[in-house]
Design a protein. Structure first.
Ligand code: AHR
Length: 635
């Protein structure tokens, strides 16, 4: 018998309660969400011709018959450093190919925008012919583009393929002979999210949109920190004209070697402006995280000396100006020049990702002081490191509390059992202490980041049970997010992941379905649901939390059954009158190893049932291994 007490509310459920953690890991940005189809479009990867091939040319002997393309440096420094000089000796024979990101997903009848910069350097190369090819090298779209002049010019054409292919590619051939400079060779579907030119993959954004996320945290994760400080994420290098943004070796380049990914770079085509824009599109609060002057402590842990921390702090202050400042300010103007004169109304900023120890606290204090004195309304998110218990964690929490930290980010990648046992984790947290951002969590079916981890129902159900504990503690737990978010089926470094995609398709895992049910049924105010006066935190394998949804005029009760038994419960509602019937959104599966897949994307997805209410009570049969979201209208 469960008592749902609607006579008083305990705390508001923050609109930010369930959000998204985005990191460019597993090809989530370039090759994923960012819809660019050409790998190394600007020839900036360290091995400058990575992604490109010249099948009829001998790479090792310059003396080839048809022609040859070589990278050329414009200048040393940062930004767009390289272009290629294409020498065409025999137009009949010379071809330049791009392989895309594990091929190019191309859809029949869709329109693709092919653009490039070119200049004639010598001779009379007068046309660039572009072909989209299927897996067998057959042409599925083609276009010829006349080029002229010795100055750089931008060329733009559209192509409509006549076949759908998962692993297509691009072939270029040339008319005439001589030397042509080529740069920023780009191919985008025109059908991106909101039709933007430098846009995002529509199916992937749709999955995010359907989560109705309260916030978007970006750009990571470890990539914020970098393996070395020189390779940390620097937001200023990711804004402004796309072609001027420098590339960077991704911190996840070959790291775990589950799939070799030596071609993992960040083009920053998806940069901070685009992240803010995405937040806006999703109706989510932007939550950027910046380097605090410590490189990834799992790698070098390189520290910036305290007396050299100033530029890092300035980056944080300038970011606030970029996001919120008037168009008269230098960084507000950069935002306006990019097409967004209105401020993004950023409220949160994160300092450091997974840092720990006195080195972090020392640096955090400097950021805290600088940000809160200039921007007292900005909420600073601090980190507690990657260990959810133990000495480092205790130390960090104690210190941060003393400083008066507002929100602390906790991360946990643990077994399904840990998640079930920790549904009470926040019950004992100080109600007057810092708020909590459960910023990265996921149940690991084998071991942390093991390549054999699965996104199966066992892990998703354990997370569902744990999440009743997040919700029950909404007084202090105010932001939460699963991690990592996305993975390319052929280019991942980390499992499990919430969304899987290939070049054409994407699907939500059972873990995604759990997140979605919580997020879209969060309600507005926490209320108590108890059994014999106690929270339901695993008795007979049952877990529960409850909220009122004042917008919908409904009471929402979430019940998770982690046992193999059907459990008959009676719900007794106190304090308000209910209408005669409601609905239950149910995720259930008796095979705990069950997963969703490209072939069977909705294997585990919610079904809707009806629930009858008599007076102030209702009987409900809770299926084995199930998450049940019961929604009943209030009179
Ligand atoms: O989510 C994968 C990684 O896990 C993140 O980059 C890091 O913050 C954590 O260690």
């Amino acid at each position: 018998e469960l008592m749902v007490d609607m006579s008083e509310t305990i705390a508001p459920i923050q609109p930010t309660m369930y959000g998204i953690f985005f990191e460019d890991i597993n090809f989530a940005a370039d090759g994923g969400l960012y819809a660019e189809m050409i790998k190394n479009r600007s020839f900036e990867f360290t091995i400058s011709m990575m992604g490109w091939s010249q099948p009829n040319s001998d790479r090792h002997s310059y003396n080839n018959e048809s022609g040859f393309a070589m990278p050329v440096k414009y200048f040393e420094g940062e930004g767009n450093l390289n272009f290629i000089r294409v020498q065409v000796k025999n137009a009949e024979g010379y071809e330049l190919h791009n392989e895309g990101f594990r091929g190019m997903g191309i859809k029949e009848g869709d329109t693709y925008r092919f653009t490039f910069n070119a200049k004639q350097m010598e001779g009379t190369v007068s046309e660039v012919n572009a072909f989209l090819l299927d897996e067998d090298g057959n042409t599925i779209a083609e276009v010829s583009v006349p080029v002229s002049g010795s100055e750089w010019k931008n060329y733009k054409v559209e192509m409509v393929p006549n076949k759908t292919v998962m692993k297509g590619s691009l072939k270029l051939t040339f008319e005439g002979t001589g030397e042509l400079g080529l740069d920023m060779v780009s191919l985008f579907p025109t059908d991106t999210w909101n039709g933007r030119e430098n846009g995002l993959r529509k199916d992937l954004v749709q999955l995010l949109y359907d989560l109705d996320p309260g916030f978007l945290r970006f750009p990571g994760g470890c990539i914020v920190e970098g393996r070395t400080l020189a390779r940390r994420y620097q937001w200023k290098k990711t804004v402004g004209p796309v072609e001027e943004r420098p590339s960077l070796v991704n911190r996840w380049n070959t790291e775990f070697d589950h799939r070799l990914t030596p071609d993992y770079y960040q083009s920053f085509g998806l940069g901070f402006f685009e992240y803010f824009q995405l937040s806006e599109d999703l109706g989510a609060e932007p939550l950027p995280i910046l380097s605090c002057g410590i490189a990834c402590q799992f790698n070098t842990g390189e520290l910036v000396p305290m007396d050299e921390l100033e530029p890092y702090v300035q980056d944080a202050l300038d970011l606030i100006e970029f996001a919120n400042g008037s168009t008269d300010t230098p960084w507000g103007k950069v935002r306006a020049d990019m097409g967004h004169p209105e401020p993004f109304n950023m409220k949160y900023i994160g300092v450091g990702n997974e840092q720990w120890g006195p080195e972090y606290i020392e640096r955090y204090k400097v950021f805290n002081e600088a940000i809160s004195s200039k921007y007292p309304n900005i909420i600073i998110v601090s980190g507690s490191g990657p260990f959810p218990d133990g000495d480092y964690f205790e130390y960090g929490m104690k210190e941060l509390k003393e400083i008066g930290a507002e929100i602390i980010d906790e991360h946990y990648y643990r077994s399904p059992e840990w998640f079930k046992e920790n549904a009470t984790r926040y019950d004992s947290y100080d109600r007057n202490g810092p708020k909590i951002f459960a910023g990265e969590y996921a149940a690991q079916s084998v071991a942390i980041a093991s390549p054999d981890n699965k996104n199966n129902w066992d892990t998703a159900l354990a997370e569902a049970a744990f999440m009743t504990g997040l919700e029950r503690n909404a007084e202090i737990v105010q932001l939460t997010s699963y991690a990592p978010l996305m993975a390319h089926a052929e280019g991942w470094q980390w499992t499990p992941d919430m969304i899987w995609f290939n070049n054409l398709e994407s699907y939500g895992t059972p873990n995604y379905q759990v997140q979605k049910l919580y997020s879209t049924n969060k309600g507005t105010d926490l209320i108590a649901v108890t059994q014999d006066g106690k929270n339901l935190v695993g008795q007979d394998g049952l877990y529960a939390s409850a909220t009122l949804d004042s917008e919908a005029g409904e009471v929402v009760v979430k019940v998770v059954n982690t046992s193999s038994d059907v459990q008959e419960i009676s719900l007794n509602f106190k304090g308000k009158k209910l209408k005669g019937k409601g609905k239950v959104l149910v995720l259930k599966e008796e095979n705990l190893s069950q997963e969703n897949s490209f072939e069977s994307q909705d294997e585990i997805s919610p079904i809707t049932e009806e629930i009858k209410v008599r007076g102030s009570s209702a009987m409900y049969e809770v299926a084995p291994y199930s998450l049940n979201v019961i929604r009943i209208p209030i009179h």
